[in-house]
Design a protein around this ligand. Structure first.
Ligand code: SAH
Ligand code: DHB
Ligand code: MG
Length: 221
């Protein structure tokens, strides 16, 4: 099925989100710098843009920048005075991201913070951008439960939380799978289930990057 998923991704992508030099350049720069090709896809980038627009977000928190491909999609959908705080562990990734964001003309609206997210998240308590209107969780999957805890701290009623890669080829339901990332996603899901401040759903996805899914939650109170 992968071949069909890729063709269909290209079919809709080419029509609804035609290739843009600046975005292609970011992916090329990532590749040249040896970053893993695990950015969101083009149509998923468009999905993130969509979430920003329908939520009317002005302040965004992203956990897991990589080369900034998703950051560019998020940033471009913001109003002029909008801001993104993006957290990245690896200084090499952050350096590539900075150049990509600059090239995309959005660096001015991004605060790129380098370090393990669990160390940098506590420093956001005095951040002028918090509480955030939209939070995109896309760093190490074993950290998702803790990232959700922090996301709730930096939320207000109406905040939208999007988390990438919660399906991972269906590994999430494989009882044999003891991968800490999968266990992280399961604990994250249990937290979504019992947290009275949240209502959540999951959108399974297929496409160029295979079979995966987004968790979507909104803060009620
Ligand atoms: N959002 C990006 C992809 C992120 S890939 C996009 O779609 O374009 C995941 C990123 O999370 C990697 O760059 C990785 O270095 C980073 N990461 C992993 N562990 C982390 C941690 N503990 N804190 C912050 N970032 C982390
Ligand atoms: C991986 C991470 C991601 O954020 C992603 O979208 C795909 C894969 C990974 O760590 O393998
Ligand atoms: Mg991801």
């Amino acid at each position: 099925m992968q071949e069909v998923w890729t063709q269909v991704d290209n079919y809709f992508g080419d029509r609804l989100s035609p290739a843009e030099d600046m975005l292609e350049a970011a992916l090329l720069a990532n590749e040249r710098a040896g970053l893993p090709p695990i950015d969101v896809t083009r149509l998923q980038g468009k999905f993130l843009e969509f979430m920003v627009r329908i939520s009317g977000a002005r302040c965004i928190l992203e956990i897991g920048t990589l080369g900034g491909y998703s950051t560019i999609w998020l940033a471009r959908a913001l109003p002029g005075d909008g801001r993104i705080v993006s957290l990245e562990l690896d200084p090499r990734h952050a350096e590539v991201a900075r150049a990509n964001l600059e090239n995309a003309g959005v660096l001015d609206s991004v605060d790129l913070i380098v370090g393990p997210a669990l160390d940098t998240l506590p420093t956001l308590k005095d951040c002028a951008s918090a509480p955030f209107d939209l939070i995109f969780i896309d760093a190490d999957k074993k950290g998702y439960p803790e990232y959700l805890r922090w996301a709730l701290k930096f939320s207000r009623p109406g905040t939208v939380i999007v988390a990438d890669n919660v399906v991972r080829d269906g590994k999430v339901v494989d009882p044999e799978c003891a991968d800490p990332n999968v266990l992280g996603v399961r604990r994250f899901t249990e937290m979504l289930a019992v947290e009275p401040r949240l209502t959540a759903t999951v959108l399974q996805t297929v496409g160029t990057k295979g079979y995966d899914g987004f968790a979507l939650a909104v803060v009620l109170r």
